[in-house]
Design a binder for this molecule. Structure first.
Ligand SMILES: Nc1ncnc2c1ncn2[C@@H]1O[C@H](COP(=O)(O)OP(=O)(O)OP(=O)(O)O)[C@@H](O)[C@H]1O
Ligand SMILES: O=C(O)C[C@@H](O)[C@H](O)C(=O)CO
Length: 327
């Protein structure tokens, strides 16, 4: 999709120029993994227009393979970003998303078995799950095909209230449950368990709810790895983030990292990419969760949705020393 950002911290109603880039969770995760040395390919559908061309060129620049990008349809989904400052949060407004080439892809667009044979790991997210019945059908069919071929299915719950509407949780629940049944690695925290899956906890603190509910989710849906973050937002444009990883019936946590935020969008995708890279590379769970949290921290420092840090940048950031100019 296309991101249209009002420069600086202006509101849409104040500005008169927009900077554009192309993004979405799939773009963010596949480009980060490509930067870490894996082959990252995007499964999507782009229009045969200058907009589609510009998006394809952007993917090439990010090192993403477009071998699974289909051409057709007429539009690209858009979102407008107004950056927050201090007490005023950033605001995302989606536009024309449901008419996009991706969201109108007809039944026969993707050859699920062929795609599944061509990859080891596939990543889906809750944003795609919120689109429409036809997209959900593509998504679940592809996940089933990958599972049948012995591939790894990753599902990031990232629930977006504005996409599901007022009865969102009850509408979302059966679809989330289906994806969780198919997933091997899941990105979530206790909020997803409580609000979407309807689980309850006797605990009142987030950390304790997490420790009670995540193992129950892993058991119920037979999930090997569950990972996610807890974020606190401070009044001085800084955030604190602590990552967790639940694997082999044990929890692993990163340190709580506190940092200034330049651009928050896509930081969760950077965390996911760190977890997936750690799992694929054979890091220990301790290393993986620390690597993912540092990857997410660095993503907050770069403009745009897409994480730009290399593995070396992240390993350096894990030492926690703030650097001067490197020359
Ligand atoms: N209102 C909500 N209802 C249910 N779950 C939620 C809600 N808000 C957030 N969550 C869940 O909490 C987890 C963390 O969400 P959060 O928005 O903090 O960041 P993220 O998804 O990690 O980051 P990013 O927005 O960069 O992808 C996600 O799995 C998300 O689905
Ligand atoms: O809405 C999307 O498809 C994703 C974008 O809003 C953005 O890239 C994002 O939220 C990433 O997690």
């Amino acid at each position: 999709m296309m991101r249209l950002q009002v420069p600086g911290v202006q509101l849409l109603s104040q500005g008169n120029t927009l900077n554009y880039s192309f993004s979405g969770t799939g773009v963010n995760v596949s480009s980060a993994l490509a930067r870490f040395g894996h082959e990252g390919a995007l499964i999507s559908r782009l229009p045969n227009t200058s907009l589609g061309e510009a998006a394809a060129a952007y993917l090439r620049k990010l090192g993403i393979s477009s071998r699974l990008v289909i051409r057709g349809g007429e539009y690209l989904g858009l979102y407008f970003l107004e950056n927050g400052f201090g007490a005023r949060p950033s605001k995302v407004t989606y536009s024309n998303r449901l008419e996009s080439s991706f969201n109108t892809a007809p039944e026969e667009t993707y050859n699920y078995e062929e795609i599944a044979r061509s990859l080891d790991v596939i990543h889906f997210c809750g944003i795609t799950l919120a689109m429409n019945d036809s997209v959900r059908h593509h998504m679940k069919s592809l996940a089933r095909a990958v599972k049948q071929q012995g591939g790894t299915v990753i599902f990031d719950c990232n629930y977006r209230p504005s996409l599901w509407g007022p009865e969102g949780y009850s509408q979302a629940k059966p679809h989330y449950e289906e994806m969780l049944q198919l997933a091997d690695i899941v990105m979530m925290n206790e909020k997803d368990a409580i609000f979407i899956l309807g689980m309850s906890s006797v605990q009142t603190e987030r950390e304790e709810q997490l420790i009670e509910l995540i193992p129950a989710v892993a058991k119920q849906f037979d999930i090997s790895v569950i990972a996610g973050t807890h974020r606190s937002i401070h009044g001085d444009n800084s955030h604190s983030l602590r990552g967790f990883l639940y694997k082999n019936q044990s929890f692993f946590f990163s340190d709580t990292l506190r940092f200034l935020v330049y651009d928050r969008i896509g930081a969760g995708d950077a965390y996911t990419s760190g977890i997936v890279h750690g799992e694929l590379t054979g890091f220990t769970p301790e290393q993986t969760v620390r690597f993912a949290a540092a990857a997410s921290m660095l993503a907050h420092t770069v403009e745009g949705d897409t994480p730009m840090a290399s593995e070396a940048d992240i390993l350096r950031a894990m030492t926690l020393s703030v650097g001067d100019v490197e020359r």
